[in-house]
Design a protein around this ligand. Structure first.
Ligand code: FEO
Length: 411
């Protein structure tokens, strides 16, 4: 791919992870994911972030530099916004070949450069407000934004163009064609697709660090930003407020517990006896004009469900008792909710059992751990009767009332 021009002397060097790869070796990316590096060229040349050392990605990155007429030997600076190896995997080899390149990063990055890549020389630790003048009016200003995503994370603002290189913040999954790198190079449907992929990315990667995202957005408010260039996904220039507000909303879900008019149903069924109750759930949710997202475990990857769980204030868990405990795939979902700090939600659990219950005890423990407001469970032996189906509808109504009654604002 040819590099994308952001403005005179500033380019995106973008490559894509294939849809078959798992992001972080864990999360499905059926639409792929871009990794965005950048070139800022004044009298001197700086690269902002490199690329994962995976398959041909370093060669593709190098090829895009070559097409810009940039030889590695002419690069003076490498700005490391974040050490996660999706952006630095190639760093060890790059610096070995180009030991003259001076690395700018936060002080927390310094020991990581040594531990990851045995790089200990020619490093300049920065503090918020420090600048690097590249000549020809190009000035990079640094901002420490710890824990968005790792503790050493920073962002860079190029003063003459107003471009914020925001690292993982404001990023999304989804491969990006360099020829269509901007929010105004795709149509509204595609933009919405990237926004959905931004939510999936956020819930998988960033959710646990939401208070830091809110803090970073506040910290950057006074900057005259004209363009936002994240390390994944589209570059925003037509309407930067769209991605800022989206991320502000995503981060607020950490305290609001999600949209009070949305419920995510996570369900699993061994022989169909729990599944038989789902239409009662759907009917009661529809009657209340609430949005329902559904995910079946283990058939669907958890990474696909977490985005809907994150944005929903209400959760319905439908699962049978399995050997005196919870249906294991749902326990796995709750474990991930805990790891991603998806707290303070409102939850109803329903499900069948064969000879005796048992899931309920474990569900209660998870409810306490997640600080979820739990409705009384509705369980039945074997197939749900008409009476039990009515009880389920009442349980859903009670859940919705609880979601609407409580303003959960708790850090
Ligand atoms: Fe895109 Fe946290 O690395």
């Amino acid at each position: 791919m040819n590099a994308a021009k952001l403005t005179d002397g500033i380019y995106k060097v973008g490559v894509n992870l294939p849809a078959t790869k798992l992001f972080e070796g864990l999360w499905p990316i059926p639409k792929g994911a871009s990794i965005n590096g950048f070139v800022v060229q004044g009298d001197s040349i700086a690269l902002i972030d490199l690329v994962q050392d995976f398959q041909t990605l370093p060669e593709e990155y190098q090829q895009e530099l070559t097409e810009l007429g940039i030889e590695q030997s002419k690069v003076s600076y490498l700005i490391v916004n974040h050490m996660e190896p999706d952006h630095t995997g190639w760093l060890g080899k790059f610096i070995k070949k180009n030991p003259h390149v001076k690395i700018y990063c936060t002080s927390k990055t310094v020991p990581m450069l040594a531990s990851f890549y045995d790089v200990a020389d020619n490093i300049v630790p920065i503090k918020t407000g420090d600048t690097l003048d590249l000549g020809q009016g190009k000035v990079l200003e640094f901002f420490e934004t710890p824990n968005v995503h790792w503790p050493e994370t920073m962002m860079v603002f190029e003063r003459s163009s107003g471009i914020l290189f925001s690292c993982d913040a404001f990023g999304s999954y989804g491969a990006v064609d360099n020829a269509k790198s901007f929010d105004d190079s795709v149509d509204e449907d595609k933009l919405k697709e990237y926004e959905n992929e931004a939510l999936r990315y956020y819930s998988n990667i960033v959710a646990a660090f939401s208070p830091f995202v809110t803090r970073a957005i506040k910290q950057l408010e006074s900057l005259p930003i004209k363009m936002i260039a994240p390390s994944h996904g589209l570059i925003w220039r037509k309407d930067i407020s769209r991605i800022i507000e989206l991320y502000r909303t995503f981060a607020e879900y950490a305290t609001t517990a999600g949209d009070k008019n949305s419920i995510t149903l996570v369900w699993g069924s061994m022989y169909g006896n729990t599944e038989k109750a789902l239409d009662a759930v759907r009917e009661a949710v529809k009657e209340a004009n609430i949005t329902l997202y559904e995910h079946r475990a283990p058939d669907e990857e958890i990474g696909m469900a977490l985005s809907d769980i994150w944005r929903s204030k209400g959760i319905i868990l439908a699962m049978p008792t399995y050997e005196y405990q919870m249906f294991p795939p749902i326990a796995h979902v709750l474990d991930d909710c805990n790891r991603k700090k998806m707290f303070h939600k409102h939850c109803l659990r329903i499900g069948s059992f064969g000879w005796v219950g048992g899931a309920e005890k474990e569900v209660k423990v998870w409810g306490e751990r997640l600080k979820w407001n739990m409705q009384p469970s509705i369980e039945w032996a074997g197939t749900p009767s008409e009476v039990e189906l009515q009880k389920i509808k009442e349980g859903v109504r009670a859940l919705i009332a609880s979601m609407h009654a409580t303003q959960t604002i708790e850090a």
